[in-house]
Design a binder for this molecule. Structure first.
Ligand code: NAP
Ligand code: ZN
Ligand code: ZN
Length: 351
């Protein structure tokens, strides 16, 4: 049994997103059915709609920053009830048995986590479809509670942009007084500024866009460095214990490496692929510096981040769009023309 749902899908890597009907399963005993209110637009949605990562399956319904209300629950569901405000992020399942899963690190599941879209359900082996749609059905263990005091539309981006920057901040022990830098002021970057600031860090933004300086300061940056200005880059040598690099495409990281402290770490959260131009290891050896990567965050950690945001009243700066504006929004994302996250109002979704 299933119900027919309307969404927006890419039919190929060259095609724009268009209305698309598909089936959602009836809730299984541990499932929660959710009416989607808002869905954020992540640069990963664009990467996967266009098959930048080489494994996209079509039709592809993007969207993994999902906020909605519970409409129905399966017989065994004990964490949620109809009417609850909930979220679904980038994962809808994992094996739950491997060591990472047992340690709340479902994003590093040894069998691969089940992506909210462009994935395959572990039980019925059908493709998963994301949040650019009317509703979703998800096991309760991958559903998040949303603090009711937060602005509903602006909370959606926390489900990916929020957790993806929170997780490295926590893993690398950022606390009061830590010197943290963020590369790129887009969806992830602006959440990184807000979260690092709220954790008490001294926060610096590296940007190519001089025009973003005033916004960056409002979002929580204490300092802004224009990465295209060699003098400004020189002035911050040896300064940061952690750099979170959110840039989606390959870029020269060499100049950033010497801005790390002894034992400092640059963490990639944006680029999936090869670094060009080639990375020079010299700053790593003469400073014991590291280059690392980080993928979203676990379910418990995502709940911790949401609760922290509830306490500190942190949400994304969102520009609400209509569903039929999504193709234009993708083009604007490519031009870094977003302040600082598009969020789709699902009431505007029509065939
Ligand atoms: P976004 O909103 O488009 O922001 C990216 C920012 O990077 C831009 O605003 C721009 O900032 C900078 N930038 C863009 N192109 C650049 C280039 N060629 N060279 C240097 N800087 C550039 O994207 P997002 O939604 O934040 O996503 C960022 C990346 O993270 C994407 O690749 C996405 O797929 C990835 N992601 C990864 C995870 C994970 O689990 N690791 C989770 C979510 C997203 P300035 O104008 O300030 O320079
Ligand atoms: Zn994302
Ligand atoms: Zn696992």
């Amino acid at each position: 049994m299933s119900i027919t749902v309307l969404g927006y899908a890419a039919q190929s890597n060259k095609a724009p997103l268009v209305p698309f009907h598909f089936e959602r399963r009836d809730p299984r005993p541990d499932d929660v059915a959710i009416e989607i209110l808002y869905c954020g637009v992540c640069h990963s949605d664009l990467h996967q709609a266009r098959n930048d990562w080489g494994y996209s399956q079509y039709p592809l319904v993007p969207g993994h920053e999902i906020i909605g209300r519970v409409t129905a629950v399966g017989a065994e569901v004990n964490k949620f009830k109809p009417g609850d405000l909930v979220g679904v992020g980038c994962m809808v399942d994992s094996c739950r048995e491997c060591s990472p899963c047992q340690h709340g690190l479902e994003q590093y599941c040894e069998q691969g986590f089940v992506q909210t879209y462009n994935g395959v359900d572990r039980h019925d082996h059908r493709p998963t479809f994301g949040g650019y749609s009317q509703s979703i059905v998800c096991t309760q263990d991958f559903v998040l509670r949303i603090p009711e005091n937060l602005d509903v539309k602006s909370v959606a981006p926390l489900l990916c942009a929020g957790i993806t920057t929170w997780s490295p901040l926590k893993h690398w022990g950022v606390t009061k007084g830590s010197k943290v830098a963020v590369i790129g002021l887009g969806g992830l970057g602006h959440m990184a500024l807000k979260l690092a600031h709220a954790l008490g860090a001294e926060v610096t933004l590296f940007t190519r866009s001089a025009a973003k300086e005033a916004d960056a300061r409002k979002l929580g940056a204490h300092h802004v460095v224009l990465s295209t200005d060699a003098g400004q880059m020189d002035a911050v040598k040896g300064k940061f214990s952690l750099i979170i690099d959110t840039v989606p495409y390959t870029h020269d990281i060499n100049a950033y490496m010497s801005t790390l402290t002894l034992d400092g770490t640059l963490v990639f959260v944006g680029l999936v692929g090869k670094i060009e131009p080639t990375m020079d290891t010299t700053p790593m050896l003469f400073g014991r510096r590291s280059v690392a990567g980080s993928c979203i965050g676990g379910i418990a950690e995502t709940q911790e981040m949401l609760d922290f945001c509830g306490e500190h009243n942190i949400t994304a700066d969102s520009e609400v769009i209509r569903m039929d504006e999504i193709n234009d929004a993708f083009e604007r994302l490519l031009k870094s023309d977003v302040k600082y996250r598009f969020v789709i109002d699902m009431k505007t979704l029509t065939a």
